[in-house]
Structures are given as structure tokens and as C-alpha cells.
Unconditional design. Structure first.
Length: 97
């Protein structure tokens, strides 16, 4: 006895929902993996290079008028101090080896 059209539609819908669920899981795992790899790569960035880049960006914001003189001096002082500490730490590590 042939199956009724209603059963066929439900069968197709059931198969489609299973595929959508599987695809959703696959995409979610893919996104999670990409985010994890990007975080790991980003964590290897040199902190001094990041601070130097941030200093350049703060300078551009100051020139554009988005940071006051006081804000810029405060941020600049902190970043330069961190850069100096990073360089001093590198010098000490080099002399110890």
C-alpha cells in the first residue's frame, strides 16, 4: 500500500529538521573553534607593540579633538611607563641569559 501524501510531507519535514539541527551544531562548533584560535593567536601579541599601537591611536584621537589635553597626557604617561617597564624587563632578561 502506497504511503499517503501527508506521511511523505512529515517524513520530508522530519529529515529536513534533522539536517538543519546537524548543520546548526556544525556551524556553532566552527564558530567556537575560530574564536578560540583567534584568541590564542592574539594572546601571543607583544604587549609593547600593543601599547605602542594604542599610543598612536590615542594621539590620533587627541588631534581629532576627541580627547582633551589632560586625558591624552594621562593616557600617554601610563602607556609610556608600561613601554619603559617592558623594555627594562627585556634588558634584564637579556643580561641574565
Amino acid at each position: 500500500m502506497p504511503s499517503s501524501p501527508v506521511n511523505s510531507v512529515w517524513d520530508i519535514l522530519h529529515l529536513t529538521m534533522g539536517r538543519v539541527a546537524g548543520l546548526t551544531v556544525l556551524v556553532t562548533v566552527g564558530i567556537w573553534l575560530i574564536v578560540r584560535v583567534r584568541r590564542r593567536l592574539h594572546s601571543r601579541d607583544d604587549p609593547a607593540a600593543v601599547d605602542h599601537t594604542m599610543l598612536i591611536q590615542m594621539n590620533e584621537l587627541h588631534r581629532a579633538g576627541n580627547l582633551s589635553d589632560t586625558e591624552f597626557r594621562s593616557i600617554k604617561g601610563r602607556l609610556i611607563e608600561r613601554l619603559h617597564q617592558a623594555e627594562t624587563g627585556r634588558d634584564q632578561n637579556a643580561s641574565e641569559t
